[in-house]
Design a protein around this ligand. Structure first.
Ligand code: NAP
Length: 329
């Protein structure tokens, strides 16, 4: 697989990464550990060198899984993880916490779980309104000078926060949602990242599965699946949003690709410093998604996609209200 560099950081990764969250958290029961390890190693064999996790995925379990799965080729991959929450006794998030002492504790614990001596990319998972971003950036800067972390990242941060953070410690990458059905980053975020030389890592690049065509209004989700509380995944919203997937399906057929591959190729075609991190728990879908890196969209293809989707309004918020409040603007 081709490589990309995240902005001016020099951090080189495969054009597509692997989002590992769903193997432990978010979309129902965790995948059996042996199967999850097989999938992660299969991704590496197919050229994926960028693996995304977080303390919050499990919590903790996903980092431990990556630590084991990636150990045979640790020096050949880039591991990205995230800090920024407290967890209650049941493992649920009990609030944000990006206080410097906590960031340090999380870094040390993540290094152990990941079975490594350095975190390649350490993101703040959500901007903490109680801690000045300069203090967060300064703490990660110290961790970098101590050799525990290589690069600093932010997630769902707004442009003011990005600029303030970047002035203290250059930000290698922003990880935020971006896909054919969530294009808000095009307004202010992408121009700011381009100006500052920061890479962009779109999460949920397949629209949490919806853009692949595998979900419709009749789909039921496991009781633990986060999509049960996402307004964009209500049965009515899915019915309304089916038009987008139908058009995407037509475009994919014309191109001899699948909708998932078009969704990924579209992101890759936006900017050379964009690196999507699709997630899957299934080997055949991993193969399909990796194939998205070889689908070349021409300027005419991109214009046709723009025209085909222009009159479709996506229904439903991408987060329930209590989580939307955590998104920094
Ligand atoms: N920074 C943040 O706040 C944040 C938030 C969300 C996610 N993330 C990161 O971004 C990664 C990806 O995002 P995501 O998992 O939310 O969404 P995604 O990659 O857009 O979609 C994942 C979903 O799509 C399904 N899927 C994947 N490939 C498919 C295919 N070819 N055909 C049909 N269905 C397919 C998966 O189900 P199966 O497993 O059944 O294939 C899964 O339910 C996560 O793993 C995580 O690392 C970060």
């Amino acid at each position: 697989m081709q490589k990309r560099t995240l902005g001016n950081s020099g951090l080189e990764v495969s054009a597509l990464g692997l989002g590992c969250m769903g193997l432990s958290y978010g979309y129902g029961p965790a995948t059996d550990t042996a199967d999850a390890i097989k999938l992660i190693r299969a991704a590496f064999e197919r050229g994926v060198t960028f693996f995304d996790t977080a303390e919050a995925y499990g919590p903790y379990k996903n980092e431990t899984l990556l630590g084991e799965a990636l150990s045979p080729f640790r020096d050949k991959v880039v591991i990205a993880t995230k800090f920024g929450f407290n967890f209650g006794p049941d493992g649920g998030q009990s609030g944000m916490n990006s206080r410097p002492a906590h960031i340090r504790e999380v870094a040390d614990a993540a290094l152990k779980r990941l079975n490594t001596d350095v975190i390649d990319l350490f993101y703040q998972h959500r901007v903490d309104p109680d801690v000045p971003i300069e203090d967060v950036a300064g703490t990660v800067k110290d961790l970098i000078s101590e050799g525990k972390v290589k690069h600093f990242g932010l997630s769902e941060a707004g442009v003011r926060t990005i600029r303030r953070a970047h002035a203290v410690q250059p930000v290698a990458a922003l990880q935020s949602e971006y896909s054919l059905w969530w294009r808000e980053p095009e307004q202010d975020i992408l121009p700011t990242l381009e100006e500052l030389g920061i890479g962009f890592v779109p999460f949920s690049p397949l629209g949490k599965g919806f853009l692949t065509g595998a979900i419709n209004e009749a789909t039921t989700f496991d009781s633990k699946d986060f999509r049960n509380v996402v307004p964009r995944f209500s049965a009515e919203a899915r019915k309304a949003n089916q038009a987008l997937v139908d058009r995407l399906g037509e475009i994919a057929r014309d191109k001899g690709a699948t909708p998932a591959q078009i969704a990924l190729a579209w992101l890759l075609a936006r900017k050379p410093w964009i690196v999507p991190i699709p997630g899957t728990t299934k080997m055949h879908r991993l193969e399909e998604n990796v194939g998205g890196a070889t689908v070349q969209l021409t300027a005419d293809d991109l214009a046709a996609i723009e025209t085909a989707l222009a009159d479709i309004k996506v229904e439903g918020d991408r987060y329930p209200a209590h989580l939307q409040a955590r998104v920094d603007r």
